[in-house]
Design a protein around this ligand. Structure first.
Ligand code: JFZ
Length: 447
């Protein structure tokens, strides 16, 4: 069993077992379920966000000393066991002169993404912001010399795009005492983790929560060696941003607001939890010059539909280059997803999970009201005979239309097996075509 898999199992267990330990510590006694629902509602409606992994690792871009280093690009220092001094030298080549945060926000919006989460500091300890507690940041260590988060925050606030920061609170491969998944490989990394938390993690979390205006999300990551005591000095800082949403990766038993399945889609929703699948478009979060294993737009759109049909969010990643450019294959996919969202977005935003367990032809999302509401049928496999059975649907249908052709009305027949919808011979969209089904009364589905 690989070390990585072992670590993943341990990490998964930690997330699962520890909440009972510290849940009481984190519960916001003042927050009622209704208040929590109000705090989460924009996020639940959003369904789709952009993840940005950016940092000095985009300079080596997967290659060290002429060798391609296995694994995800932002882990090159760890996987290549690169000494601190050698890794820091890469910062001299990190010069994102082509960085255009306004364009990034517009790209996300045009793709139908409703929030952005960017790495403020990843495991390599490099801060994309002007930190007063270290020289290992974009202002002091690079020729670029300017804070990268500030212009992005300004652009997000200007365009009404909720912004989140990812922060690696435990792993830090450059500051003494920071944790490392498989232990330190350079004596320069050695030191007290409690000193690291006190002198770097706590003040930097305060910086990112204080200096960039309204922050919607704090995305903790990898709670390596994070005890309840250590986590208990970090979690309270989030009260600096009222309403902020946090995830389940702080550690120390703090389960936060959202679960974070990574690089896979759970078979079903996660009972009683808000959850968000984070995923790369190729195989790396941070830019790698030779990772061309791009998922198709079909896969990405069907992932979004599948996740929404289970009640989750999709946080889809881009990994910009050291010049500040999002790779063209990512841009292309975002454009194609955006074109699909223009027609079908209402079937994703503000929807809740499917009432059906298995639809052989695709997925379902829904927007229910007290007297009925609307089902959205996402048809991946268009029926050759033009007949689509919605198995078990017992509620009468008042109207059925194609989102791609809102003027059309589809014929619906009620059968003992469910509702049978007559469809045109050709699917409006080869990836996923959406049928809006208005219910004539409260939803009833035979199980
Ligand atoms: C973490 C980071 O290490 C990675 O670089 C990236 O930022 C990703 C979004 O988050 O990766 C993880 C975290 C948790 C698990 C696996 C990879 N896990 O629980 O198995």
């Amino acid at each position: 069993m690989s070390r990585w898999f072992q670590w993943s199992v341990v990490y998964g267990l930690l997330i699962a077992v520890l909440p009972c330990v510290a849940h009481a510590q984190e519960a916001k006694p003042a927050e009622t379920p209704e208040q929590r629902d109000a705090r989460m509602s924009w996020w639940r409606d959003a369904r789709f966000g952009m993840f940005i992994h950016w940092g000095v690792y985009s300079v080596p871009a997967g290659t060290y000393n002429g060798k391609q280093i296995d694994g995800i690009g932002e882990w090159i220092m760890h996987n290549g066991k690169i000494p601190v001094s050698e890794y820091r030298a890469y910062a001299k080549q990190f010069n994102p002169v082509k960085y255009d945060p306004e364009a990034w926000v517009k790209m996300a919006q045009d793709a139908g993404m409703k929030y952005i989460v960017i790495t403020s500091k990843h495991h390599d300890g490099f801060a994309l912001f002007d930190s007063k507690v270290t020289e290992w940041d974009v202002v002091d260590a690079t020729p670029y010399g300017k804070d990268l988060l500030k212009p992005l925050a300004d652009a997000c606030h200007k365009h009404g795009m909720p912004l989140g920061f990812y922060y690696s609170q435990a792993q830090d491969w450059n500051h003494p005492g920071g944790a490392a998944a498989q232990g330190h490989w350079d004596p320069a990394q050695d030191g007290s983790m409690d000193e690291y938390i006190k002198n770097i993690a706590v003040p930097q979390v305060e910086e990112i929560l204080s200096n960039y205006g309204k922050l919607a999300i704090l995305w903790w990551d990898t709670p390596k060696d994070m005890t309840p005591e250590r986590a208990s000095v970090l979690f309270p800082l989030t009260s600096m941003q009222p309403g902020i949403i946090t995830n389940n990766r702080l550690g120390g038993g703090y389960e936060g607001d959202t679960d974070t399945p990574e690089q896979h889609i759970p078979d079903t929703g996660i009972e009683g939890r808000d959850w968000e699948v984070c995923m790369t478009m190729n195989d790396t979060w941070g830019f790698k010059s030779y990772d061309d294993n791009w998922k198709s737009t079909e896969t990405l759109i069907r992932n979004l539909v599948d996740i929404a049909s289970k009640g989750g969010n999709y946080l889809l990643n881009v990994g910009p280059t050291s010049e500040g450019l999002i790779p063209d294959p990512s841009i292309q996919r975002l454009k194609e997803i955006g074109a699909w969202m223009k027609v079908n977005g209402e079937a994703i935003y503000g929807t809740t999970a499917s009432p059906f367990t298995n639809l052989p032809w695709g997925r379902c999302t829904k927007k229910l009201t007290a007297d009925g509401g609307r089902l959205y049928l996402h048809v991946f496999t268009w029926p050759a005979d033009g007949k689509l059975l919605v198995p078990g649907l017992k509620t009468a249908v008042s109207k059925a239309t194609l989102l791609a052709a809102p003027g059309t009305t589809l014929t619906v027949e009620t059968t003992p097996q469910g509702a049978l919808i007559s469809l045109p011979s050709a699917a409006p969209d080869g990836i996923s075509s959406t049928i809006a089904v208005d219910l004539a009364g409260p939803l009833q589905v035979a199980q």
